[in-house]
Design a binder for this molecule. Sequence first.
Ligand code: SF4
Ligand code: SF4
Length: 391
Amino acid sequence: MKWTNKGHQFDEIGKLFKNINRVYIYGAGMYGEKLYKNIKFINCIEAFVDGNIEKQESGYLGKKVISPEEFFKINPNGDHIVIVAASMGNTPVILKELLLSGYKECINCFAYNRFVEFYFPIFSLYRYDKLYFEEMTTSITQRCTLKCEKCSCLFPYVNDPKDYELQSLKEDMDCFFSKIDYLQRLSIIGGEPFLFSNLTEYVSYICENYLEKIGKIVIVSNGTIVPNKELAYVLKKNKIVVEISDYTKSLPFLNKKLEKLKSYLNQQGIEIIEIFHDQWVDFGFESVDNSDFTSKQLISLFKKCDIRCRGLKDKSLIMCMPSEHANVVLSKFKDDENYFDLLNECENIKKIILEYNMGYTNEGYLHMCKYCNGGVPINKHIIESAKQIKM
Ligand code: SF4
Ligand code: SF4
């Protein structure tokens, strides 16, 4: 989107939340727990609403659980909002009941996904002055143990791949948390992050300074390197998760290494998430040329792409990490729209950062969008994952 009223894009929506003091989570199950973890830092949750009698008696996650009957006795026009955190099948049923009882959708009752992705960051900032980010990545090294042909970072094409400087990584993190009050997920990525020699120190620094501001820290590994004992200790102590990108379908020879890593992490008591990849999309930065696109076409492409891959670099927030990597590796140009200076102290700075994170820029797109097939939701250039470059 193109900024039309910088620092005030969400003022109208923000007004909806001015007098809200309480949040009810409708559903004390898996979705309710996830939502609770996302929003608990602003300390606004009044109770869960759920028909489960045991939970009504014992509470859930330290909060009261009230029955739907009790909930529907509350005046819908009070100082609260309700978020439906239920399965896809149950959500419309509950929403309908809420609407019939006088609630208004996207005013004081919300479905989980839409609330978390869109309304919650606005609610958090306008009502509690807390700037919330769902996700952020920190890229720590260009080095990798694999050479994937269509690596979204294009690192296999860097002549002399390097680790990033520890001090500047720390400073970027400091800049980020000087403005952002809570981050739900921090992903530490590479290349292959376990190749980064200063990983123990970097992770320790983040945890010592910012752990209470982060929901979950995840190291995204390709599963080929086993971390040393010192690092494993820090990961376990701080409940850091290792997310393994499993490429064994394309690269069966990785099986042994992957099993070795999993068994080691299990022994150390470190949580593992496995993500199976058999297909990727090709961003096409090396070959696409849409430089004849009009502004309108580029705005539309950027909006549909809806990239959420934010990152940090040179004390700036990066809107689209794949395009930033491509820009550097292919030496195209510095895309000013892709950088937001986190040292900026102008009026309404938190609101402007919120808007940037929600996809507002000066032009309404990034200049690199002219050289890109777009992100996953719109990209039709499907390719086999992790195909290795022939040397
Ligand atoms: S594993 Fe492949 S895709 Fe991931 S960083 Fe390494 S080369 Fe790139
Ligand atoms: S279209 Fe490409 S360059 Fe533009 S934001 Fe999406 S992924 Fe990034």
